[in-house]
Design a protein around this ligand. Structure first.
Ligand SMILES: *[C@@H]1O[C@H](CO)[C@@H](O)[C@H](O)[C@H]1NC(C)=O
Ligand SMILES: *[C@@H]1O[C@H](CO)[C@@H](O)[C@H](O)[C@H]1NC(C)=O
Ligand SMILES: *[C@@H]1O[C@H](CO)[C@@H](O)[C@H](O)[C@H]1NC(C)=O
Ligand SMILES: *[C@@H]1O[C@H](CO)[C@@H](O)[C@H](O)[C@H]1NC(C)=O
Length: 254
């Protein structure tokens, strides 16, 4: 039963993401989904020639940003509906009530800025994106051991509880000036993927794959911004070509 509901859940999410991708016009092309990817990025960036896949944030043009808002609200709605259909309990990052077999993903702890009411920040040039864990990839994260501080990369050495979650960090640089990290980045509900919500651990099949909503709050001016996001786990070496734990895209904010 648990496994069946996991598969249904994943199918719902993937079908929705694929439907969203297909509903876009053929020009410019959308990035194809590859099942080897460890995470899905929503909204799907578009592919342009000689550019990192790009999310266009056109503050003055609702016809352009409305599509991104639709992608994200479709995703959150799918989570809500799916969650309503399986018996779930509210859990904490550190604590699940005794006897509980499934924890509902805490959608209500996603920042109010990253909601449909606030257009996921697209009308104000402070866009939100979602990173969704891809359970199909079959990847089993191995956490860092906080006792071996020297093994932990400096980027995540402080402020993370490796027993509880796989950290996700993002950094930005402005393409023309090379200025880096002028965007403030907010992660919700958690700054990574909690192990508690990973489908393959423990409570198999009863939870939805974790997602992280990430908001980029910037200088409110036109900007072409390169973004790199990273997943951090012991079995994701950073210095390999085609690092599977890195997600790269850009924002073109006008
Ligand atoms: C929401 O966005 C505004 C900018 O539009 C920012 O000042 C504020 O800190 C954000 N709030 C949160 C909780 O991220
Ligand atoms: C973490 O490292 C310490 C010291 O090397 C070791 O005793 C402990 O068993 C390790 N914990 C895990 C979960 O591997
Ligand atoms: C983010 O940081 C990494 C490592 O510090 C660097 O290689 C990468 O170029 C940076 N990305 C951006 C978009 O600044
Ligand atoms: C880079 O990868 C090699 C193995 O491919 C490893 O021996 C080395 O320690 C890695 N370097 C860093 C800085 O992670």
């Amino acid at each position: 039963m648990g496994l069946v509901s996991l598969i249904c859940t994943l199918l719902v999410v993937v079908i929705i993401i694929i439907a969203v991708a297909l509903s876009k016009t053929a020009h410019p092309r959308t990035t194809p989904l590859r099942h080897s990817e460890l995470v899905y990025l929503v909204p799907q960036p578009r592919k342009f020639i000689n550019r990192t896949p790009t999310i266009v944030v056109h503050r003055q043009n609702p016809r352009i940003w409305q599509k991104h808002v639709e992608d994200l609200s479709t995703l959150v709605k799918a989570y809500r509906e799916r969650q309503g259909a399986i018996a779930t309990s509210n859990c904490d990052l550190h604590y699940a009530p005794i006897g509980v077999s499934s924890c509902s993903f805490p959608l209500d702890r996603i920042s109010d800025n990253c909601t449909v009411q606030n257009n996921f920040g697209y009308d104000t040039g402070n866009p939100c994106v979602a990173l969704v864990f891809n359970a199909f990839a079959g990847w089993n994260p191995v956490p860092y051991n906080k006792s071996n501080l020297a093994d932990i990369p400096p980027e995540i050495r402080h402020g993370y509880d490796f027993q509880q979650l796989i950290p996700i960090t993002c950094n930005t640089s402005v393409a023309s000036s090379g200025e880096s990290n002028i965007f403030h980045i907010y992660y919700s509900p958690f700054p990574g993927f909690p192990f508690r919500y990973l489908p393959m651990r423990g409570m198999m099949g009863s939870t939805l794959p974790p997602l992280v909503m990430i908001q980029f709050i910037g200088p409110q001016s036109m900007a072409d911004v390169e973004v790199s996001c990273y997943l951090w786990a012991k079995n994701l070496p950073r210095n390999v070509t085609n690092d599977p734990g890195s997600i790269r895209f850009s924002f073109f904010i006008v």
